[in-house]
Design a protein around this ligand. Structure first.
Ligand SMILES: CC(C)(COP(=O)(O)OP(=O)(O)OC[C@H]1O[C@@H](n2cnc3c(N)ncnc32)[C@H](O)[C@@H]1OP(=O)(O)O)[C@@H](O)C(=O)NCCC(=O)NCCS
Length: 216
């Protein structure tokens, strides 16, 4: 089998390990007020700020789970200055990854909301994540031959997620992917978009590795 620069693919998307080559696409998302409206952080003001965060969001020996994948749109390869990705590369439309140990997070550029892209990306990422156990749960869309950056996820039989209950789009994305509600944390989350002193609720979610649910 040959190798691929992508970690996984679905019908419309590629997932690629986040690296500095994604800086501009990542900044377009992290600097967008709508994309950041549920975040505890303000939109990022400069490429330098995004670069610093990008470098912090990489796996290390201490935090091998600290991984992000750029969500790239297939068929969007364009020339510089045109709509689409630069220099023939597919356009980065979102980000998905492990934001804290065993906890997933994601964000899509608002230009691409409501088209099912995050549902597709999450399904793809989960297939890749669970597949790192071995080939037992390897779905068709995961390119196991690829240069991908899945660490040893063997020890994880459960993933978690948190969403503001008012963030209906995110709640729907998680529910559609099979996540179930766990605890509702009241007044737990400070959203920069709402200003200081306003606390929002957080709904917890969990998802078991396929085939392990009956172990609990
Ligand atoms: C949350 C987010 C990733 C959703 O991405 P998306 O690609 O637009 O989501 P999808 O198109 O896959 O939609 C998933 C489901 O939610 C529904 N949905 C989408 N937007 C919705 C909205 N604003 N209100 C209610 N439902 C919505 C869709 O209809 C779909 O359900 P369906 O298939 O039954 O129709 C995107 O809105 C986003 O990046 N928001 C800002 C960052 C963020 O909130 N991150 C998550 C923090 S927990």
């Amino acid at each position: 089998m040959g190798t691929s620069i992508y970690a996984a693919e679905s019908e419309r998307l590629w997932l690629q390990c986040l690296s500095e080559e994604h800086l501009e696409g990542y900044h377009a998302i992290q600097s967008n007020p709508l994309a950041m409206m549920w975040s505890q952080n303000l939109p990022e003001a400069s490429l330098e700020e995004t670069l610093q965060h990008l470098r912090e969001r990489q796996p290390t020996p201490e935090q091998p789970w600290n991984q992000r994948w750029a969500i790239l749109l297939k068929g969007s390869e364009g020339k510089d200055g045109e709509e689409g990705g630069k220099e023939g590369k597919p356009k980065m439309i979102g980000i998905i990854g492990i934001v804290r140990e065993q906890e997933i997070g994601y964000k899509l550029h608002p230009d691409y909301w409501g088209k099912g892209y995050m549902s597709e990306a999450l399904k793809t990422m989960l297939g890749m994540f669970w597949a790192s156990e071995g080939e037992m749960f390897l779905p068709d869309f995961v390119r196991w031959d690829s240069v991908n950056c899945v660490p040893a996820n063997k020890k994880y039989n459960e993933l978690k997620a948190y969403a503001d209950p008012e963030n209906k789009a995110s709640v729907n994305v998680l529910t559609k992917a099979g996540f179930r509600k766990s605890i509702l944390l009241k007044n737990r989350h400070s959203r920069a978009y709402l200003g200081k002193g306003v606390m929002s609720d957080l709904q917890g979610f969990y998802l078991f590795r396929p085939g392990t649910e009956n172990m609990y």
